[in-house]
Write a protein that binds this ligand. Structure first.
Ligand code: GDP
Length: 328
């Protein structure tokens, strides 16, 4: 593994694709906090990255030195299961267009954000980066995973064929302020925050959680992920992807308990086993990231409180007008 000795120039123009999303907006915040003076975000409403010409024109005009690719069609287990065609096609289009445009605009450093779902369903735990392409994928999100795997191969190909110093980060389940709380699209942590918060506001005695409660997941706060992305751009230059996680996981049942405690819900938790569990366990091996000298700072209870605060302020209906309890 090669470690890049010099940090990015803080006056370089950095383009963050997907800047209105959970990860992209945190990356923009982090870059600004770190003293970057020319940070440009693109949202899907600014430039349609599924449009090859529009993407190329935008990058040629802007000429960024650095690109962070946080643009993707994303969603939780239900959305992935319901719309595999869009998850495959849109993500392939977005990354293919963005990489081609970045190459045409001579972008020196690019960070592509993948996902821990690129690894085989029954990968060894914790999952090392070397597990990529060693076995069958989890069915509920295989279309998304294949698109992200294609993105990793594309980055490695640009490096090999054109000498581009582009890199890939593979985050575990990400959560935090700015997350999606729409039950049809959300991941488990925001989904549970919303459901338990609503149940408490309505005085409901029971909350139904999807699946069996036994799958295990690892959660990284989005501000930690953004810090890790910048750390990698400053210090890492190698074709091998880097897992970004916290090194610990917990069961969905344990997560439900933590969320219930955070919102003050004291009723019963029951399980809808008609809903899919997905991958039994997804804990990343983060030794490669740790070897670059980076560690997460935000523990899960603190991160849940932080996300709950954001949810209450930005999303939750005013007291008394809360939406109905939903199973998705
Ligand atoms: P995954 O990590 O790709 O499987 O994505 P999710 O974050 O959507 O789901 C993680 C786990 O949480 C799965 O086992 C789900 O069945 C479970 N889960 C429990 N309740 C919910 C919920 O309300 N929404 C979502 N998305 N997942 C839930």
């Amino acid at each position: 593994m090669s470690v890049r000795p010099t940090a990015l120039d803080r006056s370089a123009t950095v383009l963050v694709a997907g800047s209105s999303g959970l990860v992209g907006s945190a990356v923009v915040r982090r870059l600004r906090a770190e003293g970057f003076t020319s940070v440009v975000g693109i949202r899907s409403t600014d430039v349609d990255l599924t449009d090859e010409r529009a993407t190329l024109a935008h990058l040629r005009l802007l000429r960024p030195a650095v690109v962070v690719d946080a643009a993707a069609r994303v969603g939780g287990i239900a959305a992935n299961d319901a719309e595999p065609v869009e998850f495959l096609a849109d993500n392939l289009r977005i990354q293919t267009n963005l990489f081609a445009a970045a190459h045409a605009a001579d972008v020196d450093r690019l960070l592509f954000l993948g996902s821990s779902c690129i690894y085989p369903k029954h990968a060894p735990q914790p999952i090392p980066e070397s597990a990529l392409l060693t076995g069958p994928l989890e069915e509920t999100n295989s279309a998304y995973a294949i698109a992200k795997i294609a993105g990793v191969i594309a980055v490695q190909s640009y490096r090999r064929q054109y000498g581009r110093r582009w890199i890939c980060a593979m985050p575990t389940n990400v959560y935090g302020p700015g997350d999606t709380f729409d039950p049809a699209r959300s991941h488990v942590l925001p989904a549970l925050l919303q459901r338990f918060h609503t149940a408490r506001a309505e005085g409901a005695g029971e909350v139904v959680v999807w699946g069996s409660g036994t799958p295990r997941r690892e959660f990284v706060h989005v501000d930690d992920l953004a810090a890790a992305c910048l750390h990698l751009l400053d210090h890492y230059d190698d074709p091998a992807p880097v897992n970004v996680g916290v090194g610990e996981d917990l069961s969905i049942a344990e997560l439900a308990r933590l969320v219930a405690d955070a919102v003050g819900f004291t009723g019963r938790i029951s399980w809808d086993t008609g809903r899919p569990d997905g991958t039994p366990r997804k804990l990343l091996d983060v030794s490669r990231l740790r070897a670059t000298g980076w560690r997460p700072r935000i523990g899960l209870p603190e991160g849940i409180r932080d996300t709950l605060g954001w949810y209450v302020e930005h999303v939750a209906a005013p007291a008394g007008a809360g939406g109905s309890r939903r199973g998705g």
